[in-house]
Design a binder for this molecule. Structure first.
Ligand SMILES: Cc1ncc(COP(=O)(O)O)c(C=O)c1O
Length: 373
């Protein structure tokens, strides 16, 4: 398979481990293994006694059971564990899609969610998340207008990276109705689920529709990216069987220590999520007062959910050039819109890290030094 470069990963590979002020990260604050094991009495001993052999291909039964508990209608058999969220995106697209299929993808979106389909030879149409006076929005009518006789899949990412937009319950219902009417699969990347900032929980697509597939991961809302544990949830058991066979060609099975730590994390998931939502909320207060100081320079789209926002900057310099000079001269990393193939002067900012205030202060210092403000 020939596939185009993953722009975001190429960009991060250049700066993520060298730039001192990461102001664009899409995951929440992580923690040490020791801190995680501290959530459960006796877990440290169990972890050290853990066996390092091969594990079950669909995932540890207890892990699948704990994951299924996040949903309302999923059982253990409906869950297949993978390496992070990237492997299941790749495997799912390869299992479901054929050359010539039509796919509708939300846009902007994490690149692999449409790029793998492109590489398979599908035609991909974009369903745009649109900028409005009050932030980002979607137009459900436009989604249905994009449907073609050979549309096999609708790809969504809600809550969305990079916009911070999240579908409302009625929009989820409306999309499900469209998909049912045209017999189309819905793949929803829900890796930021449970970070809704309005406190309103939305349904998971896997619970709403027999051809709905939900993607989850430990990396983002839980802040445990190093575990490399993600999963797919679906009622479609034929699809699960195909995904198992596909996994034989990729990771085969997941890391035993990571599965154990994921079980511990998910058993105490609510506490970890509360901690992470609190970090985001505190950082957002700081960010709002920053953006209020500079209303002419920025258009702040406050996120509806998740740890990222896509913010418009009123400057004449191209945004990618601005971000490039910013990281080289000041060590502050922001993600420009061109990385998402998105036109316009936007950058992604991340609110999930504890050192956000320090990074934001460096950014402000730079704006003052360079007389942007
Ligand atoms: C929306 C979205 N989906 C999937 C992924 C991939 O996640 P992972 O690193 O756990 O494979 C990311 C990572 O940034 C993401 O933002």
């Amino acid at each position: 398979m020939k596939i185009r470069d993953f722009k975001l990963e190429v960009f991060f590979n250049k700066y993520e481990f060298t730039a001192p002020y990461l102001l664009s990260q899409s995951d929440c604050e992580s923690m040490s293994i020791k801190e995680l094991l501290g959530y459960e009495k006796g877990a440290d001993k169990q972890f050290l006694e853990g066996w390092l052999g091969y594990t079950e291909v669909p995932g540890h039964p207890e892990l699948r059971k704990v994951i299924s508990g996040l949903y309302t209608t999923m059982k253990q058999k409906n869950i297949i564990v993978h390496a992070g969220a990237q492997e299941p995106i790749f495997n799912f697209m390869n299992v479901l899609l054929d050359k010539g299929d039509h796919v509708i993808s939300q846009f902007p979106i994490y690149q692999s969610l449409f790029e793998v389909a492109n590489a398979i030879g599908c035609k991909v149409s974009r369903w745009n998340i649109e900028q409005s006076e009050s932030g980002w929005r979607v137009d459900i009518n436009k989604l249905e207008q994009l449907v073609q006789p050979n549309t096999k899949l609708i790809v969504l990412n809600s809550p969305n990276n990079p916009t911070g937009h999240t579908l409302k319950k009625e929009e989820i219902e409306a999309i499900t109705e469209i998909a049912k009417r045209h017999d189309i699969y819905v793949f929803c990347d829900e890796v930021y689920k449970s970070l809704e900032l309005d406190g309103v929980k939305r349904p998971w697509f896997a619970d709403r529709y027999e051809k709905g597939v939900s993607l989850g991961v430990m990396s983002k809302a839980y802040g445990l990216a190093g575990l490399r544990i993600g999963w797919l949830a679906t009622r479609d058991m034929d699809l699960i069987e195909e995904l198992i066979k596909m996994k034989h060609y990729t990771s085969i099975c997941s890391s035993g220590p990571a599965e154990f730590l994921s079980i511990v994390a998910l058993r105490h998931g609510d506490k970890i999520l509360d901690r992470n939502v609190k970090i985001i909320e505190d950082n957002l207060k700081n960010a709002e007062s920053f953006f209020n100081r500079y209303p002419d320079l920025f258009e702040f789209n406050k996120p509806m959910a998740g740890p990222v926002a896509f913010i418009r900057m009123n400057i004449t310099t191209q945004i990618e050039e601005f971000c490039d000079i910013l990281v080289k001269e000041k060590g502050v990393l922001l993600l420009p819109a061109n990385i998402y193939l998105f036109p316009g002067q936007y950058f992604r900012m991340g609110f999930g890290r504890k050192n956000f205030a320090e990074c934001l202060a460096k950014f402000e210092e730079y704006l003052i030094e360079k007389k942007y403000v």
